[in-house]
Design a protein around this ligand. Sequence first.
Ligand SMILES: NC(=O)C1=CN([C@@H]2O[C@H](COP(=O)(O)OP(=O)(O)OC[C@H]3O[C@@H](n4cnc5c(N)ncnc54)[C@H](O)[C@@H]3O)[C@@H](O)[C@H]2O)C=CC1
Ligand SMILES: O=C(O)C(=O)Cc1ccc(O)cc1
Length: 311
Amino acid sequence: MASPMFEKIALVGIGLIGSSLARVIRREGLARHVAISTRSAATLKRAEELGLGDSYTIDAGDAVRDADLVVVSVPVGSSGAVAEEIAPALKKGAILTDVGSTKASVIAQMQPHVPEGVHFIPGHPLAGTEKSGPDAGFADLFDNRWCIFTPVPGTDPEALERLSEFWRRCGANIDTMDPQHHDMTLAIVSHLPHIIAYNIVGTADDLESVTKTEVIKYSASGFRDFTRLAASDPTMWRDVCLHNKDAILEMLARFSEDLAFLQRAIRWGDGDKLFDLFTRTRAVRRSIIEAGQDIDAPDFGRQAVEHPAKS
Ligand SMILES: NC(=O)C1=CN([C@@H]2O[C@H](COP(=O)(O)OP(=O)(O)OC[C@H]3O[C@@H](n4cnc5c(N)ncnc54)[C@H](O)[C@@H]3O)[C@@H](O)[C@H]2O)C=CC1
Ligand SMILES: O=C(O)C(=O)Cc1ccc(O)cc1
């Protein structure tokens, strides 16, 4: 085995993201010791049964003691409490990072607890699925996906490069941006799609004229795609909504305006408007595929999806 990048990595939270990291760290030999901690005893036991790490503890402080890299992978609403809990045990010189889907709020929650001499570098791998828990993770989740860092002022460039190299070895490509820009961008490309999915599936579930049996029996693939997103973890997505409130409300306002435009075109039989919009949006999909950000990605539930380049 090539020499590991870190002597000890501590993973706090061992769900989809934490356990995917554990698996890729093991596969790539990135640490001599992986310490795992999570809040629930049942999840910790499962992580141990799966052999995800080298040591297991409910006490997050114990896990992070002596660790050179600490990755916090918990719902964003819990990041402040976790930072407070682990702060006294963090080693000087350690890198502390997270994987949360929102960044400004995570920084506001965690940074006040970060001790002098610890390198806090907020991060977000843009890779995931609708599944959660330690069984759901897999080692190639991050392959060819983006990991975005939103560094705080005064970040040590060497620590940033070390963390970047870690994520590259996990398979990811690196980008850096400021937290507000991250939150606005993710609001439209990730948070709104989930909210829209939760909403449409909720609407279908509330219908009286169409029975639940019909919704299940006749669900076309369009609706089925929404149900995949709408099956995502309720705790995680509640926290994302509460912790990226402003950006999500801004994007929802724009979305509602555009929906009203669409509604009006349908009401008045304005086929040209509909055709123009649908032509424009089709081009967006083509650009995504041409940019190589395509649908063979793990995010898409590993289902076979039509792929122009292969058909
Ligand atoms: N699921 C996804 O597709 C993606 C999720 N993320 C972010 O990654 C983070 C983790 O998400 P998942 O791994 O999907 O969630 P998950 O639900 O699969 O796992 C969460 C883990 O955190 C633990 N946990 C919860 N509260 C805790 C606390 N107070 N102290 C210690 N452990 C605690 C749980 O026991 C569990 O091990 C979230 O912040 C989410 O926004 C980022 C990219 C993709
Ligand atoms: O399952 C999907 O389609 C996703 O979009 C996964 C995902 C969820 C949250 C993130 O912050 C990043 C990726």
